[in-house]
Design a binder for this molecule. Structure first.
Ligand code: SF4
Ligand code: SF4
Length: 74
């Protein structure tokens, strides 16, 4: 599952777009906010979330990632 962006927090700085190693994230030219253009390509590395200066990104980890890592999804 792709990252989730809080449009109310996002300043449109573009850091997440520059950070993503897989070019998942692009800037919406209409509203100046980031979005996951290729969500199926996301590896859930968390780099975008870590680098966002206003904590506008959350990562939704799929079960196939959480369970092998020993994370209980509740
Ligand atoms: S790094 Fe954060 S504030 Fe900057 S464009 Fe991405 S989501 Fe928006
Ligand atoms: S979690 Fe990693 S791969 Fe997924 S969008 Fe963010 S930086 Fe890109």
């Amino acid at each position: 599952m792709p990252p989730v962006f809080d449009a109310n927090l996002c300043t449109g700085c573009g850091t997440c777009e520059d950070t993503c190693p897989l070019d998942v994230i692009y800037m919406d030219e209409q509203n100046g906010r980031s979005f996951a253009k290729y969500p199926e390509e996301c590896w859930h590395c968390g780099s975008c979330r870590q680098e966002c200066p206003v904590e506008a990104i959350q990562i939704r980890f799929p079960l196939r990632v959480m369970v092998p890592a020993g994370v209980v999804p509740y």
